[in-house]
Design a protein around this ligand. Structure first.
Ligand code: ZN
Length: 244
């Protein structure tokens, strides 16, 4: 089975369409939350993912957009965008976001937005964070986990002897998945933050048991123009050009 894994789409329909084109035919689409927030197309992105029968988990921006958590936790630009999102989204969009669980397991892979210690808020940014989540993941009988939230593509693998390795990944990096417990971050579709402005995603091959990262360019100018028309914070538009 070929699975497209996306995270942190952040209401960026143009980036999502570029990813779907580049991914080619897939059997499933899994997402790791933060479907909305920051960007200009929340209803369209949710409708597209619903149409694809994508399954996934809830991110902090999704929870804020439905009113499940307070927007006081967000910085001012993020809060401005999420308040606009909250006021704009259709009831069907809200209902779809509201139905997302905090974690789920699909075909032996654990899915979470932040971490297994704190699905909504914790950022996994180093091997120590990853190890804490791998221990919890294994406690649930799963050794392969997918996470998002940091907007940075990366993998962490348990090398035995309490050693967790950080594996740096880029466009076309493929890693085999074996019995070693591993956490994978596909990077962000709609707002990458690793210095590469191209949309990021992963293709999982559940037969070959491998993961391959991909980057795809999209029309950033078109998204920025829509953001400016709506009046979303300028800094959120500019950062798309830099992938920061
Ligand atoms: Zn995010």
């Amino acid at each position: 089975m070929r699975v497209l894994v996306v995270s942190d789409v952040h209401s960026n329909l143009v980036a999502l369409e570029a990813v779907l084109d580049a991914a080619g035919p897939v059997d499933r689409v899994w997402h790791l939350g933060d479907i909305v927030g920051y960007g200009p197309d929340p209803d369209e992105v949710v409708a597209r993912l619903a149409d694809l029968r994508a399954v996934g988990v809830r991110g902090n921006h999704d929870a804020a957009a439905t009113g499940a958590i307070d927007t006081d936790w967000f910085n001012s630009d993020a809060r401005t965008a999420i308040e606009w999102t909250k006021a704009t989204i259709a009831p069907a969009t809200r209902a779809w976001l509201d139905a997302l669980p905090e974690t789920r397991v699909e075909t032996g892979f654990g899915l979470v937005h932040g971490s297994y210690r704190d699905p909504t808020w914790e950022y996994i940014v180093d091997p120590d964070d990853a190890r804490a989540s791998l221990v919890l993941l294994e406690g649930n009988g799963t050794t392969l986990g997918l996470f998002g939230h940091t907007h940075v593509p990366v993998a962490y693998r348990d090398e035995g002897g309490r050693r967790t390795a950080e594996i740096l990944v880029g466009d076309r990096t493929a890693i085999p998945l074996d019995e070693r417990p591993t956490l994978l971050n596909p990077g962000s579709v709609g707002q990458p933050r690793d210095g590469d402005p191209r949309a990021s995603f992963v293709i999982l091959d559940t037969e070959a048991v491998s993961a391959t990262w991909h980057r795809v360019a999209y029309d950033i100018g078109a998204v920025q123009a829509t953001m400016r028309t709506i009046g979303l914070p300028e800094r959120l538009a500019i950062r798309l050009s830099f992938g920061r």
